[in-house]
Design a protein around this ligand. Sequence first.
Ligand code: BDP
Length: 686
Amino acid sequence: MIKIVSSLLILFCLSVNLQAENGHALWLRCQSSAPVSVVCSKKSIVTEIARQELLNGWQGQPGASVKLIVKQDKEVKGDGYKLTPEGVQANTDLGVLYGVYDLLRHQQTGETINPGVFNPSYERRVLNHWDNQNGTIERGYAGRSIFWRNTKDSLNVTEADKKLWREYARANASVGINGAVLNNVNANADVLTDVYLKRVKAIADEFRPYGVKVYLSAKFSAPSQVGGLATCDPLDPSVIKWWQAKVKEIYAIIPDFGGFLVKANSEGQPGPQDYKRTHADGANMMADALKPYGGIVMWRAFVYSASDNDRAKQAYEEFLPLDGQFRDNVIIQVKNGPVDFQPREPFSPLFGAMKKTSLMPEIQITQEYLGHSIHLVFLSTMWEEFLKSDTYQEGEGSTVARCTDGSLFPQKHTAIAGVANVGLDVNWCGHQFAQSNWYAFGRLAWDNKLTSGQIADEWLKLTFKRTVVENSDWQTNFLTPVKQMMLDSREAAVNYMMPLGLHHIMSANEHYGPGPWWAPKKMRKDWTPPYYHQADSVGVGFDRTHAGSDAVSQYHEPLHTLFDKEQTCPDEYLLWFHHVPWSFKMKNGRSLWDELCYRYNKGLHQVRDFQKIWDTVQPYVDEERFVQVQSKLRSQSRNAQLWKDGCLLYFQQFSKMPIPYEIERPVNNLEYLIRNDTTRHQNYEQ
Ligand code: BDP
């Protein structure tokens, strides 16, 4: 009997596969299920979803009986759960739901289920949508917003809206994401007016059963802009009252509202400094308004001004003196690196340095600087590298992960944010493989010790497996090579874009192609690539040593000394911290110039290899997704060539050294590349 059932299952899954796959189902594709009976200790909307998920997706012993139990257990924390031989147990209904998704994931990936307790690393696992109320998305590469649109009836909530929001919430819950900021950090204050808040409420209503809280980006100048006040001074009683009333209004319709995200005094946004107040004054005022309702303020540390000699130092300089001055429901949201989501940066020195303030990492899922939704770049390896970076702030082992998840410093709240890559595109993310970054964010937010190998393995099985049980041929010919491609893909991008610590050398505004030359006369220097690469006849790289901007001193020993010396600075960060002579001898014996050439060349060849790998897996992938990925890889390959040619030919003007003869010759002319750098991007959209 069991045999018949499982072969029926396989047939069912195969038939699912025969239908076109457009990627909309994400990693939640397989609907096949064996019979299972589910008993719940408590009935609620959430546990009912958990029960349904099991009934629809069960792939364990046919006819098994599973118990879902909501019961207090000291070992289980927050949204955590316990997997037992009988089923799932948790302190809350949501914990049960997360446990059920984990159980199903284990079944669908063929991993053994070990009983145990699974607690999340962070209390709040939040997506930041940079969506504007007109439906566009800042740095979005997958179509328009799923929340906002620009039509006459833009605020009407349709059944189609609700369905999409539920699908989105379910996808989040399945990987443990429990919050979403619905609007751009460059906020429009209108979102706080009642017409918009009604829509926010409608979204929150669809999210709630899946445990996803809504948050809003709040514009600091909202009291004037939508409240008509003459000032937004955070210490002014009328301003304090305005925010209190606004927060009360929000909680009256959204009782589980998460709180505010604030970008203040950053890139032209208003903030407390406009009134000679500090970030702490501003954040605390909002935090006090939110406190009675359990809301939090995520206050961004992404600040820099044109006048400083090194942008990388500024967040630290501005925020460190405020350590200890923030309310306990304020979390300072810090980008992973000190500059701006570059393909590779050292970790921001604020992590671990602010010991009396809660800090949350902000990472970017949308690939603003990593090839948009055109390049296949699995970002999990970058985030893993970041989370595992040792800050040494409390001795060896003070990783960024431990500095932010509450294990090193007492924090009332812990959180992590990812800038979302989701839009209205059928496949949500624009590139099939960009879905893996959404997935990886959720998985790492739940467990910041997971390895990228495990995450890639899970995602590939869930996203591409065609039958319940794939044979070893699938493992060898599909899973192994494609997983390796994913794991290598970020380093490949670093190689063909910004190797050896180069950063911020992309073309203007759209941040896609190469642009080390881009420096219009009147432009702010810290927005132009030459500010960052500093190429001249002597060498290349930003001198951040004690003799330069001294950004190295923001790092705890032994990193301070390690980064300060050319000889000991890791190759990956060499040009981040040093202005290095072209003929400098690298650890492998090559000159810096030659090494740069080899790295660019390597990156290009890695992408060409990805193309080959993908072509060999055609028999294992449905037509639609295969062709899409193939075509994107072609664009990526052409673009990697542009990066290599553009950067090498540009830097060669300074080094005056030949590109090593065993390396492929450039096929583009520098002049042509410079002339077309602002229009090129659209030619590569597919
Ligand atoms: C930069 C983006 C810009 C964002 C800014 C931010 O180019 O669009 O507004 O970050 O994080 O990387 O606020």
